[in-house]
Structure formats: C-alpha cells, structure tokens
Design a protein around this ligand. Structure first.
Ligand code: ADP
Length: 258
C-alpha cells in the first residue's frame, strides 16, 4: 500500500515562509481533503510532493521512497495541478500520446484513460474547443496515464458546473475505493464534506488541524463534522472559521473560506 508521508516540509520564497514545518500523511484507500483559504500554501505543498518545487527543508516520502526535488514518475504519482496547461491546438489523444512517449508508458494506456474519463468520443478534437469540465477530465486522464497509486488534485472543481463537480467527486471516490491514496485541495469546507474521508487544514503555511478519519454531514450553509480530534473546533476557530458545538463530539462549521 502506497502512502505519502510529509515531514517538516517547509518552503521559503525570499523572506516569506509559505509552507511552514508541515507534517501529515495521505493514506491509501482514502480521499484526504487539504483545506485552507487562498494563499495558505496548498499548491506549493502539492508542487513539492510531485517534485515541481524544491523544499527549503523537510521531506516527502512516497511509498517509502524519497525523490527530493526530482520529478516523481507518472507511475508513482499522477497530479492535476493546472487544468489550463493543455495547449488549445493539441488534440486530446495527441496530448496524452506526447506524455506517454516522453514517460515511456505503453500506448494502450491512452485508450484506457480516455475511456475511464469519458473522453473517447472527443479524442480527436482540439482542447481549445473543450469546456473547463472536459479540460479537467483530460488533465485527470493525463494524471492516470501511469496507473499511479497516488493522485493529487489541486482545486479540481473550481469553476465547474454542478454536473462537472459531481463527476469529479464520484471519480475521486472511485479512485480511493481502488485503494489509491488521493489528496485533493479546496478552500471550501462544504466541498470537503462531499469528498473527503480525512481532513488536513492549513492556514498561512502551517498545519491547523489533522482530523484523522472524519465524517461530514452537509446542512443548509453549514457542515457538521464528526471527528476524533477534540481540539478540532478550537483550531478551526483560531483559523477564522465560525464554529459552534453540535451534538457530542461533532461540530458545525461554516465560513471556512478565505
Ligand atoms: P494556495 O494554493 O493555498 O492558494 P499557494 O501555495 O498558491 O497557496 O501560495 C502560498 C503563498 O506563496 C502565496 O502567498 C503566494 O503568493 C506565494 N507563492 C507561491 N508561489 C510563489 C513563487 N513562485 N514565488 C513567490 N511566492 C510564491
């Protein structure tokens, strides 16, 4: 079983510490929600996990291996970090083919990931004509090309319509059911409530809360969180969320946005 272990991860840009001594684990078979307001350091953390940014300090271990700041192979980790990254003039199939060739992956994987993401029918079409939802799916197809045990999605539902959002959520759940470790970021507690089994909250680069297995119930404008962490409410309050105690070890959280 492949997990991501993040220990003491720190990133400085000049005088700014944007990720500050962060430690948490992304377990296989679960969707780990990575929650924090805009600018909290989520993207920077994800870039360090996949080797697109070099940590100033600390380490990331994936399946027991450390890659340092080397790019992690697509067979280990697939990531959707920027859906806009596909060139408009590229056909979906060709985008995947270029990735498969440059990463030494078998071509049959292209048809498999196109089918899995529902893009078979538009494989010969240019990405420029794709909706944002289809671009996201193409990005996810690319992330799946190496059949990785670990997947990382940065704000995957941003800007999508309800149908696109539902598709992505269901897809992430199915990846976790297959035993993969899935890390997904959002600035919305309500979004996490729909997808995550386990919640890691950051603010200003620092870990605010790590709930272990959490349970969410979505209400009108609020989210009920049942968590084994007795200090979860205190920590979220300190981070600026509106929290009130619910029944027993559960809390009601609203406004966990920037
Ligand atoms: P999030 O994904 O949570 O919105 P980011 O990781 O994108 O947060 O950004 C965290 C902070 O780091 C922000 O203040 C951002 O301006 C800063 N930052 C991100 N990338 C760079 C960079 N390449 N150079 C300098 N500052 C950066």
């Amino acid at each position: 079983m492949t997990r991501i272990e993040i220990r003491g991860l720190t990133k400085r840009y000049g005088p700014d510490t944007v990720v500050d001594d962060l430690s948490f684990t992304v377990e296989p078979g679960q969707v780990t929600g990575f929650l924090g307001p805009n600018g909290a350091g989520k993207t920077t953390t994800m870039k360090m996990i996949v080797g697109l940014a070099a940590p100033t300090r600390g380490q990331v271990t994936i399946g027991g291996r450390r890659y340092g700041d080397l790019p992690v192979p697509l067979t280990e980790v697939g990531a959707l970090l920027d859906a806009g990254a596909v060139h408009d003039s590229r056909k979906a199939y060709d985008h995947l083919l270029a990735l498969a060739v440059s990463n030494g992956l078998p071509r049959r994987r292209i048809d498999e990931v196109l089918a899995r993401t529902g893009l078979t029918g538009v494989a010969g079409k240019r990405a420029g004509g794709f909706s944002l939802g289809m671009r996201q799916r193409l990005g996810i197809a690319a992330a799946l090309l190496g059949d990785p045990r670990v997947l990382i999605f940065d704000e995957p539902v941003n800007g999508l319509d309800p149908e696109g959002i539902r598709w992505i959520r269901d897809f992430m759940r199915s990846l976790a059911r297959e035993g993969r470790a899935v890390l997904v970021s959002s600035h919305l507690m309500s979004e996490m409530a729909q997808t995550a089994d386990h919640l890691v909250v950051i603010g200003r680069g620092k870990l605010i809360a790590d709930t272990g297995v959490a349970e969410f119930v979505r209400g009108e404008g609020t989210v009920l969180v049942r968590t084994p962490d007795p200090e979860f409410a205190l920590r979220l309050t300190a981070a600026g969320a509106t929290v009130r105690e619910g029944a027993e070890s559960s809390l009601v959280v609203s406004g966990m946005t920037s």
